[in-house]
Design a protein around this ligand. Structure first.
Ligand code: NAD
Length: 254
């Protein structure tokens, strides 16, 4: 699929990786629908994509965990753009913490259910809802399409990330399932598993966590959001790519 004039929907498109992908595709002449719940930052993202030369760019203030809001947003995008070519399921959150803490014979901490559930809701349920709505629209227009799910190297399991790792492994399972189920409609589905990429999410990490993280990367640097955008472009443009994960992580294996 070519990028120019394609309708590309990006969730979590207001900042970080989502914004980098939006700017990348804007410069290539795509038509963009940016979904995010952060209204203030979303307005800046739209302006930036316009400066980059997007053929069209519209924003939708939506919480991807809210089923009726997601249904309404995708229906609005369908009528605004007359179809969807690409969905990038990128909205995601971290709520790190240990499963339990046990010291001197005493249980001092259990991960609260809410800490687990909040990450499941955004990373897993949000991806499910947006993928379901986008694929229904793609099937209806009978022109095929591409869905890209953003996973993470943490899908292999990582200390302090019970919730996040579970969702990012789940996202890969959904990717394979959708590649199998939706191929009959000409819809391809791929995933990207980034390592540590320089975004507001990683900028919020504690300095000692940053040091530990970089020590695990053979290339000894953060990845750049544009390097992830390049992988998304590859998935969109290669019409025989489906059901696989691109790892873009500087060689780190958690
Ligand atoms: P970020 O926090 O900088 O941006 C995430 C965006 O998603 C924000 O604009 C936020 O408002 C939006 N968002 C969050 N919850 C939402 C919701 N319920 N509904 C709608 N929008 C919502 O994060 P990022 O670093 O750009 O990460 C983007 C994706 O890449 C995430 O899925 C993340 O898990 C994944 N990832 C990031 C890294 C990294 O190193 N930055 C590594 C691996 C995977």
């Amino acid at each position: 699929m070519q990028i120019k004039q394609s309708v590309i929907v990006i969730t979590g498109g207001a900042q970080g990786l989502g914004l980098a992908m939006a700017e990348h595709f804007a410069a290539a002449g795509a038509r963009l629908a940016l979904i995010d719940m952060n209204e203030a930052v979303l307005a800046d993202a739209v302006a930036s994509c316009q400066r980059q030369g997007a053929a069209d760019v519209r924003s939708y203030v939506t919480n991807v965990t809210d089923e009726s809001a997601v249904e309404a947003t995708f229906s609005q995008i369908d009528s605004d753009f007359n179809g969807i070519d690409v969905l990038i399921n990128n909205a995601g959150i971290l709520r790190d913490g240990m499963l339990i803490k046990y010291k001197n014979g005493e249980l001092t901490h259990k991960m609260p259910l809410q800490q687990w559930q909040s990450v499941i809701d955004v990373n897993l349920t949000g991806t499910f809802l947006c993928g379901r709505e986008a694929s229904a629209i793609m099937a209806k227009h009978e022109k095929g399409g591409v869905i890209i799910n953003i996973s993470s190297v943490a899908r292999a399991g990582n200390i302090g990330q019970t919730n996040y790792a579970a969702t990012k492994a789940g996202v890969v399972a959904m990717t394979v399932t959708w590649a199998r189920e939706l191929g009959r409609f000409g819809i391809r589905c791929g995933a990207i598993a980034p390592g540590f990429i320089e975004t507001p999410m990683t900028q919020a990490m504690k300095p000692e966590a940053v040091e530990r993280a970089l020590a695990m990367v053979p290339l000894r640097r953060w990845g750049q959001p544009e390097e992830v955008a390049d992988s998304a472009r590859y998935i969109i443009e290669n019409d025989f790519f489906s059901g696989r994960v691109i790892e873009i992580d500087g060689g780190v294996r958690l």
